[in-house]
Design a protein around this ligand. Structure first.
Ligand code: ATP
Ligand code: MG
Length: 427
């Protein structure tokens, strides 16, 4: 019978047994009559030794880093070995070789980001790079659990659409059987239309496309958006509470689920039970720039000021000017130059935008016109507002932005498997 196949991290619990492991050689040292190998698999790594006289000694000597191997031997407790266990190899099979040198030395820190992204799937052999993927998975899972627990139905809206949902120039057009269509910038119109169905609460974690010319550290042309929408809201502050809670759950899950979070990424973000909620005007005064518009630079200043004043890394900013928000946003009842809207700023960067929506048909048509949009292009959406649309609101949270801020990464491209930006279409 063939010995049991185990993972590197399980070696100690098989001490005394003959076992098999498969993985990559991550280090080779030849010291006189002994070859020390480090064997890495998905669980971690373990030391393998091959002694002169053993039939696999010559094979072991010729191994190089990143070779794919199968090792058979006895697991043995050994004080001097990392993890206090080693495999005394009796047989080593080379499954596949690796050319030298690798185009990216993924074991180093400080590789240029562009080189890392060119060789993304070698870069992801580095545990720190991999941690970002784990963080994405943890955050998405926690958010999904949270919305489900609050009675939100998960939906899957189309990503090829006939009308740009957010207006503006940053849409990717495509030819759809001879007609013009677009890649969805957000599920906005569809999640709002779901409010007409009586389901009342929906969410989606889906892809969004924006032809953003930005080449900076915050924008991608393809990102994942966590969207939710709910009926019978009183105002935008009520809507914002769900986004704050989703962000809190995501941050907790990432800190819990990413191994060695604190050693690698430092202090987790501080999100108090009731984080500060400031109007744009109040926020601008706090940073000493009365009348400001909350540019990216001002968001950064606000992040610092709020951390100092409130001991919070998260702040909800409300009541953005009507001129800065999309047509479907409800205007402020007391001051129509403002809106019932909010952004969530985490560690000085916008990660979410939301609002109460305008649910009154005539007002909505008027607002489209004010934004220079043609209501006839929105007929499929608008018509539903005539047949019993409840008051509602919602928000969109950028998944990669969120993970970038939770991990404290410098560039959003590190928080996505394969970034799409104006220059990059591969891998
Ligand atoms: P920004 O002002 O930062 O460009 P926005 O206000 O245009 O963002 P929204 O339409 O409010 O973006 O989208 C909701 C959320 O989606 C944002 O808060 C952000 O987290 C995320 N997001 C928007 N655009 C991008 C993008 N190009 N790349 C990554 N995430 C994005
Ligand atoms: Mg926004």
């Amino acid at each position: 019978m063939r010995p049991r196949r185990i993972l590197a991290s399980e070696a100690a619990s098989y001490a005394g047994d003959r076992v098999r492991l498969k993985g990559w050689v991550s280090r080779v040292r030849v010291l006189g009559g002994i070859v020390f190998l480090e064997l890495r698999d998905r669980s971690g790594s373990v030391q393998v030794v091959a002694r002169k006289g053993s039939p696999c000694f010559n094979t072991a000597k010729k191994l190089g880093r990143d070779y794919v191997v199968a090792v058979e031997g006895e697991a043995r407790l050994e004080e001097r070995a990392p993890g206090r266990v080693e495999i005394v190899a009796a047989h080593i099979e080379v499954i596949n070789e690796a050319e030298k040198p690798l185009p990216l030395d993924y074991t180093r820190s400080g590789n240029p980001l562009n080189l890392r992204l060119d060789w993304r799937f070698l870069d992801l052999r580095n545990p720190r790079s991999q941690a970002a993927l784990k963080a994405l998975a943890e955050a998405a899972h926690a958010v999904r659990q949270y919305f489900r627990s609050q009675g939100f139905l998960e939906i899957f809206t189309p990503k090829i659409i006939g009308q740009a949902s957010e207006g503006g120039a940053d849409v990717f057009p495509l030819v759809y059987f001879g007609r013009e269509a677009f890649l969805a910038q957000s599920p906005q119109l569809y999640k709002q239309l779901m409010m007409a169905t009586g389901v009342e609460r929906v969410f989606e974690i889906g892809v969004a496309f924006r032809a953003e010319e930005h080449r900076g550290p915050r924008h991608l042309c393809e990102f994942r958006s966590i969207d939710y929408e709910l009926s019978f809201v009183e105002d935008h502050v009520e809507v914002a509470k769900y986004a704050v809670e989703a962000v809190r759950r995501a941050a907790e899950a990432v800190v819990r689920g990413v191994e060695g979070y604190n050693e690698v990424f430092g202090e987790p973000p501080r999100i108090p039970g009731s984080p500060p909620i400031l109007s744009v005007d109040e926020a601008c005064r706090l940073i000493g720039r009365p009348g400001c518009k909350m540019s990216a630079e001002e968001e950064e200043l606000l992040g610092k000021a709020v951390a100092k004043e409130y001991g919070s890394d998260l702040v909800v900013v409300t009541e953005y000017p009507w001129s800065d928000r999309p047509f479907y946003t409800m205007k402020h009842p007391e001051d129509p130059s403002k809106t019932r809207s909010f952004d969530i700023i985490l560690r000085g960067l916008e990660i979410a935008s939301g609002s109460q929506r305008e649910h009154r048909y005539e007002v909505l048509v008027q607002q489209l016109r004010e934004k220079g949009l043609d209501p006839s292009g929105f007929k499929f959406y608008l018509d539903h507002f005539k047949y019993g649309m409840p008051p509602h609101g919602g928000a969109g949270i950028g998944l990669e932005r969120l993970v970038k801020q939770i991990l404290g990464l410098r560039n959003i491209r590190e928080a996505v498997l394969a970034p799409r930006d104006p220059e990059r279409l591969a891998p």
